[in-house]
Design a binder for this molecule. Structure first.
Ligand SMILES: N[C@@H](CCC[C@H](N)C(=O)O)C(=O)O
Length: 304
């Protein structure tokens, strides 16, 4: 990895946050101007040479009426994505703590639509994650017709998985025990499987009883994380469609529990959980020489 020269560019204020150990660098792009490209994001995400995070969250002014903010999400590999459940809760807490709003119900524009965040008095955040998408081309997932369970050939084996979009693509496998599930081997193979043309987050779901489950997620663009909010929503949708779970489920992730509620097809998925601030910081970005343009690299520039 090439390390960028530091100490010449503008100072960037950021906040380090996490939702059940899924950690974020959160940046206010309303009151400061900066440029980040995928290579810089990868460097900042690096846990040894950078700040270290699973996702970068960027808070922008809204581009639509009746919306409070625009929310952009970048994985540790620099790719921009559509949805992040744990990030949405941290986003809500960040805009309140930074006094960017005093509302308790916040409407946020994401790359896949509008989500609503509700901050309760005890600091928990309730997120309306929207209606899950099960139609294969919209996920996107390659299949001739919509099914609850698909068989997928991966190397020498065949696995069964459900495919769900929560704004971002998920594959969900039901396993006996998450502790012994092949997360680190099957996870990366399925993340990049040709049947998921936009790659996917891969969840390994263990059913404890109809109201309790355990989950580990190998995230697209970040690897296994301690928790994945959209993954927990997708897992409950998959578990409900397979007739294994009730409407309200506590999902135990490696970093702690989330409560997920889904009334069934056509209804939005509700997610409730904590959002934690770790520290505020500032760093000097590399000098103002614009990053070398590469064919595949997109430059992030805020619109403020
Ligand atoms: N950690 C997130 C999901 C972040 C995006 C994901 N890796 C993707 O590429 O879709 C969550 O809490 O939902």
């Amino acid at each position: 990895m090439t390390q960028q020269r530091r100490g010449q560019g503008p100072l960037l204020r950021f906040t380090k946050m996490h939702g059940l150990g899924n950690d974020f660098m959160v940046v206010d792009a309303i009151s400061q101007q900066f440029r980040l490209n995928p290579e810089m994001i990868r460097e900042l995400a690096n846990r040894n040479f950078g700040i270290g995070f699973d996702q970068l969250l960027v808070v922008e002014p809204p581009g639509l009426p009746d919306v409070d903010f625009r929310y952009r999400i970048f994985n540790a590999d620099g790719s921009e994505v559509e949805q992040c459940g744990n990030g949405a809760r941290c986003f809500a807490r960040f805009v309140r703590d930074q006094r960017l709003t005093n509302k308790r119900v916040i409407r946020v524009q994401t790359a896949k639509g509008i989500i609503e965040l509700r901050i309760s008095k005890d600091g928990q955040v309730l997120v309306n994650m929207g209606v899950p998408e099960l139609n294969p081309p919209a996920i996107p997932f390659a299949a001739n017709s919509e099914k609850t369970v698909y068989t997928v050939d991966v190397e020498a084996q065949t696995v069964e998985l459900s495919a769900v979009s929560m704004g971002n693509p998920h594959g969900v496998l039901v396993v006996e025990d998450v502790d012994t599930a092949p997360v680190s081997t099957l996870g990366p193979l399925l993340e990049k499987h040709p049947r998921f043309p936009a790659r996917a987050n891969i969840g390994f779901l263990q059913i404890i009883d109809r109201g309790h489950a355990r989950l580990r997620v190998f995230e697209r663009g970040s690897g296994e994380t301690l928790a994945c909010g959209s993954g927990a929503c997708a897992a409950v949708v998959a578990g409900r469609l397979r007739g294994l779970l009730d409407e309200r489920v506590t999902v135990e992730l490696r970093g702690g529990p989330l409560v997920i509620e889904w009334q069934g097809e056509g209804s939005p998925v509700m997610m409730e959980g904590p959002a934690t601030t770790v520290f505020d910081g500032q760093l000097r970005l590399p000098g103002d020489t614009p990053p070398r343009r590469r064919k595949s690299s997109r430059t992030y520039k805020n619109r403020a």
